[in-house]
Ligand binder design. Structure first.
Ligand code: PLP
Ligand code: COI
Length: 345
């Protein structure tokens, strides 16, 4: 039987936190994970000395659930998120969440919140946020021995409030979000705190977000605050930065495959910031950002404008349509990216 939906303005959700019916919590102690429990409370009890609070032993993931035309609920490339969380754990010495446990946790919490999955065709999605915290109240600077794994969900609209409409970015090259060989390639909270100053400054100047350069040479494009960067060259290459300090985006990885399907040549390589003046199109991509076309980039005292008419370019539009059609079940899924969320009982 179809679930009666929550009473929300589905077409105008925006990107933010909303109360849903349940989140799921697993505790690691005495060397093992418990079975997990669904709760409605949105507050977590934490020891004041917890390693996540003082020393940043915290990592998270972001993925989405989509309602299909037939009313199924599906998730996109969930195994990749599970594996990336494990890589984050390894880098900052946290207890990894086993892949199967991650997937089961997501399924249980999405199943418990079906009425918050935005209806097919509204453009909304259910954003899923798995979060892992080191909870030992040790004070000493060493890895936690206790962990809390929480997965919560919230219905969302586009991350950049204009949706699939080109945005303006500015290169903020006096501030770095990540260090060479630091933690920029994993999804830990400190990266986002480090980016807040440049991002807030960019927004205050009227830009959608900041674009970062590589922290070593300050010459190559890294990524935007919440998303990877890609560009389309005039000879139809899909170019995206190869850098040790950016998050390996699952969306970007998917776009590389779709670009190849479209007859473009995908190339992952260092992208000199001077190249922005040569590209035909540019975009940001990520789970929250989906594909956000870039209208202009300001670099020091120069500006390059990609969408003179303010509309997304043809390649960004094609990529966006192909990606979102697979994600919401409108197009065949030749790569096995989509999994149906089962009834968890
Ligand atoms: N880069 C950063 C810094 C991000 O936070 C995200 C979002 O998760 C991405 C890139 C895009 O990654 P994905 O496509 O896996 O969501
Ligand atoms: C995501 O796209 O899932 C992210 O985690 C980005 C975040 C800034 C919302």
């Amino acid at each position: 039987m179809a679930t009666a939906k929550a009473d929300l303005d589905w077409k105008n959700l925006g990107f933010g936190w909303r109360k849903t019916d349940a989140n799921i919590r697993f505790t690691f102690g005495d060397g093992k994970w418990d079975e997990g429990v669904l709760v409605s409370d949105d507050v977590i009890p934490l020891h004041i000395g917890a390693t996540c609070l003082h020393y940043g032993q915290e990592c998270f993931e972001g993925l989405k659930a989509y309602e299909t035309k037939s009313g199924d609920v599906v998730v996109f490339r969930i195994e990749e998120n599970a594996r990336r969380l494990i890589r984050s754990c390894e880098r900052i010495m946290m207890e990894p969440v086993p892949e199967e446990m991650f997937i089961h946790a997501v399924f249980r919490v999405v199943d418990a919140n079906r009425r918050f999955v935005p209806p097919y065709g509204t453009g909304g999605t259910l954003y899923i946020r798995p979060l892992l915290l080191g909870t030992t109240g040790a004070m000493a600077l060493r890895p936690s021995v206790d962990y809390l794994f929480v997965v919560f969900v919230t219905p969302v609209g586009p991350y950049f409030k204009t949706g699939f409409t080109p945005v303006d970015l500015i290169v903020e090259d006096d501030l770095d979000r990540a260090a060479p060989r630091g933690v920029g390639h994993v999804k830990v909270g400190g990266n986002y705190a480090a980016g807040m100053k440049a991002s807030t400054r960019a927004k205050a100047k009227g830009y959608a977000d900041a674009l970062y350069l590589d922290p070593r040479a300050k010459r190559f494009i890294d990524e935007a605050g919440p998303a990877n960067f890609f560009a389309i060259t005039r000879d139809r290459q899909y170019v995206t930065p190869d850098s040790e300090s950016i998050l390996p985006s699952i969306t970007n990885n998917s776009l590389i495959t779709l670009a190849e399907d479209m007859g473009l040549r995908p190339v992952r390589r260092p992208v000199d910031v001077e190249e922005i003046f040569e590209f035909a199109e540019a975009g940001c991509c990520g789970t929250a950002a989906v594909i956000t076309p870039v209208k202009s980039i300001t670099y020091r005292d120069r500006v390059v404008v990609y969408c003179q008419d303010g509309r997304p370019g043809p390649v960004c539009t094609d990529l966006y349509q192909r990606l979102t059609a697979i994600q919401c079940g409108d197009a065949p899924d030749p790569y096995g990216w989509v999994r149906r969320v089962p009834e968890c009982g």
